[in-house]
Design a binder for this molecule. Structure first.
Ligand SMILES: [Zn+2]
Length: 233
């Protein structure tokens, strides 16, 4: 016949199982890449993309400055080479030279601006990479500890489950149904102790006859109020 201590033993195992399984689910949920790590990696990729574009623009800007400088040098050569003497032609060349010099200066400004932007972009990439490395180190450390905990919890759950199977042999079918019903109703606490004639589950004073029955240890006796299985020590 199922006794209150048998049900209590089962309850203790079930509570330990609930805790271990909940922690295992929690640990498994935290394994794999974290959103923070994914976000940090994305920031690095974005900064790299920005730099790639800036460097490509710098390349174009360098070409463009060289081109303007070449043209200016060519016109300057004509202007001061002494081969052209016609004043109108010289005046036109002078105007063209001034325009080209202005163009060179403008393009050089663009190039300098890009160099500054690239420097800033490199600093930002450095920061993003440091931040990623930091998060990655934390992540690696956490993963190692989660793996360790998982490796510890899995056999613990298996052991508790095996113990539960053993304990179930001492609990008959109707007692088990009652226990499960009460466990659901009272958040895992199907069994209540009795102290000074009071149910420790709901603090009600129990009738003497019920206490005597519980003390006899024959069958399961339930509290008249909360219906928990009473355990008289
Ligand atoms: Zn009670």
């Amino acid at each position: 016949m199922t006794t209150a201590p048998d049900v209590l033993a089962l309850q203790e195992t079930d509570q330990a199982l609930d805790r271990a399984r909940a922690r295992l689910t929690d640990v498994e949920g935290q394994m794999g890449e974290s959103e923070e790590l994914i976000a940090a990696r994305q920031v690095v990729a974005e900064k790299q993309e920005v730099l790639t574009q800036l460097r490509s623009r710098l390349h174009d800007a360098e070409w463009s400055v060289d081109d303007a400088r070449g043209k200016a040098t060519e016109v300057e050569g004509k202007l001061y080479g002494g081969t052209i003497r016609n004043p109108k032609e010289l005046s036109d060349l002078n105007t063209e030279f001034a325009l080209l010099k202005a163009q060179v200066a403008k393009r050089e400004d663009t190039l300098l601006g890009l160099l500054v932007e690239i420097e800033e972009g490199e600093a930002q990439l450095d920061n993003a990479q440091s931040s990623l490395a930091e998060r990655d180190a934390i992540w690696q450390r956490d993963q190692a500890s989660f793996l360790e905990e998982k490796a510890r919890l899995e056999p613990e759950v298996a052991d508790l489950d095996a113990r539960r199977q053993d304990q179930l042999k001492t609990v008959d079918a109707s007692s088990l149904r009652l226990y499960q019903l009460l466990r659901e109703r009272h958040r895992g606490q199907a069994v209540a102790g009795v102290e000074r004639g009071m149910c420790q589950g709901c603090r009600i004073a129990l009738p003497i006859s019920l206490l005597q029955k519980a003390r006899s240890g024959v069958g399961l006796v339930q509290c008249v109020s909360c219906e928990r299985i009473l355990l008289v020590s």
